[in-house]
Design a protein around this ligand. Structure first.
Ligand SMILES: Cc1cc2nc3c(=O)[nH]c(=O)nc-3n(C[C@H](O)[C@H](O)[C@H](O)COP(=O)(O)OP(=O)(O)OC[C@H]3O[C@@H](n4cnc5c(N)ncnc54)[C@H](O)[C@@H]3O)c2cc1C
Length: 470
C-alpha cells in the first residue's frame, strides 16, 4: 500500500464519517438502531426486526499499513479475512486473528475475540492504539488510553455496539514467518492436560522449540489434545484442509512422537473456518461424497451461518426431528473462560451434565496490567490481569431433558461458570436475570458510560441486547 493510496483512502474515510453522521442524525429516533452489514457472527437470532438500519459499507477496508511502525489504520467493519490478506503481503499480521474469516475488527473489539496467540497477546482489543467512534449521541470521538475518552476506550470491549460504533481503529501488527509447524500432544486426563498447558504457556517453549500458538481440542473425558504452533521459515510439506481432508480430524492422526504437521501461515490462521471448527458436519459436509461435491469456495463459516439462520427462520430441522420422532434439542452454543486452576473441574462438570464433544480450548492471558491485580483492566469483561484463563467453546445441540425446559443446559452452564469465578461471552444466547447480569458485567461502570455517550438511549442497552432479545 503506497503513500498515495493511503492518503486517498484516508480522504475517503473522512468523507464517509461526515456522511455517516448525517445519516445517523436522519434515522428515526423511536426505533432501535442496527448496523446494515452483509455478515454477522452473532449467534442470537431475532424473531422480528423493526430497527433503523445504518449503512456502514464505507468502513470495510484497510486504510493504510505502516510497515516500519508496524501499525495499520483499519475501517471498523473490515473483516479479518481482508485485513489479514493486506497485512500478510507485508509479512505482518494482527497479534490475535479470530478464527472465522468474516469476524470484523470492530466486532471482535466490541464483542471480544480470542485465538491461539492469546496466551501471549491477550485479546484483539489489547492491540488497539486508537479508536474513532460514532457514539450513541451522534458525536464522533477518538478514544485512546491517554485522552479524555479513556473510559470509553476501556469500556468499549464487551459493549456490543451499545455505546457507539468503531469506524476506524489503529492496531499494532506483528511479524510472521511463512509456515507454522504443529505439534499435537495427547492427554488422557484433564488435570494433566491443564498442568501441561500452564507450564507451556509460562515457558513459551516445549521440547526445545519456541511456542507461538496454543489451542486444543477435547474429544472425550480421556482424549484431549493440546496443539502447539511454531513459526518456521521452511516446511518439508504443507497440509491442505480446504479440500477433502478435515483439520480437526488430523489432530489425533498427527499426535504423538512423529514430525507433526505443517501449514502455511495463511492456512494456519483459517484452519478452523473451513469446517466452522467441526460444525460443518451438521450439513453433511464431512461425508466424502458431499464434501467432494461442495465447492471449495463455499466451504466457509459465513456460508454455514447463513444456512443456520435460514433454518432458525423456517424451523425446518425442528419440524424434521418432530416428524421423525426424535427428541427436541436445545442449542448450546457458548464460549466461556475459567482460570486454568478450575479448568479440569469445568470439564468434569461439562462431560457429566452436558455431554457434548468436541470442545475447543484456548488459553489466554491479558497483555495489559493494573497496579492492583483485583482491579479489572477492561471493566465490562472483568478478567484479572496476569492470570492464565482457559476458554472453552462448544457449539451444538443437546437433547432436552424430560421436565428440563428449553434453556436447562445453558442455565446450568451459566451457573457453573459463575460458581467457578469464570465469564461467559455474550455473542450467543444468555439467560441471566438482570441483577445477576449487571453484577457479572459491571453495571455500575456501564451505566456511567451509557449516560456519557448515549444519554438518550438511541442504542439498545447491553442487557436488552444480549439477554432480552433486542
Ligand atoms: C460458533 C461461534 C464460534 C465463535 N468462536 C469464536 C472464536 O473462537 N474466537 C473469536 O474471536 N470469536 C468467536 N466467536 C464470536 C465472534 O467473535 C463475535 O460474535 C464477534 O462479536 C462477531 O463479530 P462480527 O464482526 O461478525 O460482528 P457482528 O456479528 O456483525 O456484530 C456483533 C456485535 O457487535 C456490534 N458491532 C459490530 N461491529 C461493530 C463496530 N464496528 N463497532 C461497534 N460495535 C460493532 C454489533 O452491533 C453486534 O452487537 C464465535 C462465534 C460463534 C457463533
Amino acid at each position: 500500500m503506497n503513500r498515495q493510496s493511503s492518503a486517498s483512502n484516508l480522504a475517503n474515510h473522512i468523507n464517509a464519517v461526515y456522511e455517516l453522521r448525517r445519516a445517523y442524525a436522519r434515522l428515526s429516533a423511536d426505533k432501535p438502531v442496527r448496523l446494515a452489514k452483509t455478515t454477522s457472527n452473532l449467534f442470537r437470532f431475532r424473531s422480528r426486526d423493526d430497527a433503523a438500519r445504518l449503512d456502514v459499507s464505507a468502513f470495510t477496508s484497510v486504510i493504510s499499513i505502516d510497515t516500519e511502525a508496524r501499525v495499520a489504520e483499519v475501517g471498523g467493519m473490515t473483516t479479518y479475512e481482508d485485513l489479514v490478506a493486506a497485512t500478510l503481503r507485508h509479512g505482518l499480521m494482527p497479534p490475535v486473528v479470530p478464527q472465522l474469516r468474516t469476524i470484523t475488527l470492530g466486532g471482535a473489539v466490541t464483542g471480544l475475540g480470542i485465538e491461539s496467540s492469546s496466551f501471549r497477546n491477550g485479546l484483539p482489543h489489547e492491540s488497539v492504539e486508537e479508536m474513532e467512534i460514532l457514539t450513541g449521541s451522534g458525536q464522533v470521538v477518538v478514544a485512546r488510553r491517554d485522552n479524555e475518552h479513556r473510559d470509553l476506550f476501556y469500556g468499549f470491549p464487551n459493549s456490543y455496539g451499545t455505546l457507539g460504533y468503531a469506524l476506524r481503529l489503529r492496531i499494532q501488527l506483528e511479524p510472521v514467518r511463512p509456515y507454522v509447524h504443529l505439534r499435537h500432544l495427547r492427554f488422557t486426563d484433564a488435570a494433566a492436560a491443564m498442568a501441561a498447558l500452564e507450564q507451556i504457556c509460562a515457558d513459551r517453549t516445549h521440547d526445545g522449540e519456541t511456542v507461538d500458538f496454543v489451542d486444543g481440542v477435547v474429544f472425550a473425558r480421556n482424549e484431549l489434545y493440546l496443539t502447539l504452533g511454531t513459526f518456521t521459515d521452511r516446511a518439508p510439506w504443507t497440509s491442505d484442509y480446504t479440500g477433502t481432508d478435515i483439520y480437526y480430524r488430523s489432530i489425533p492422526r498427527y499426535a504423538g512422537p512423529g514430525p507433526g504437521d505443517y501449514l502455511t501461515t495463511h492456512d494456519y490462521l483459517w484452519r478452523w473456518d473451513t469446517d466452522w471448527f467441526w460444525c460443518s458436519r451438521a450439513f453433511g459436509l464431512q461425508h466424502p461424497v458431499v464434501r467432494r461435491l461442495w465447492p471449495r469456495s463455499l466451504k466457509r463459516s459465513d456460508v454455514y451461518r447463513k444456512l443456520v439462520a435460514l433454518d432458525r427462520r423456517t424451523d425446518a430441522s425442528r419440524l424434521l426431528d418432530y416428524y421423525r420422532g426424535r427428541p427436541p434439542k436445545e442449542p448450546v452454543i457458548q464460549d466461556i473462560e475459567v482460570e486454568v486452576g478450575r479448568a479440569a473441574e469445568f470439564l468434569d462438570f461439562f462431560h457429566t451434565e452436558i455431554g457434548m464433544s468436541p470442545v475447543w480450548l484456548c488459553p489466554l492471558r491479558l497483555r495489559e496490567d493494573t497496579a492492583d491485580d483485583t482491579e479489572p483492566v477492561w471493566p465490562l469483561y472483568p478478567l484479572k490481569p496476569r492470570r492464565l484463563y482457559v476458554n472453552f467453546g462448544f457449539w451444538g445441540l443437546v437433547p432436552i431433558r424430560p421436565g428440563g425446559g428449553r434453556t436447562y443446559h445453558n442455565r446450568l452452564i451459566e451457573k457453573e461458570v459463575t460458581r467457578l469465578g469464570g465469564h461467559k461471552s455474550l455473542y450467543s444466547d444468555a439467560f441471566y436475570d438482570e441483577d445477576e447480569f449487571w453484577e457479572l458485567y459491571n453495571g455500575e461502570i456501564y451505566r456511567k458510560l451509557k449516560a456519557a455517550y448515549d444519554p438518550d438511549g438511541r442504542l439498545l442497552d447491553l442487557y436488552t441486547k444480549c439477554v432480552g432479545g433486542g
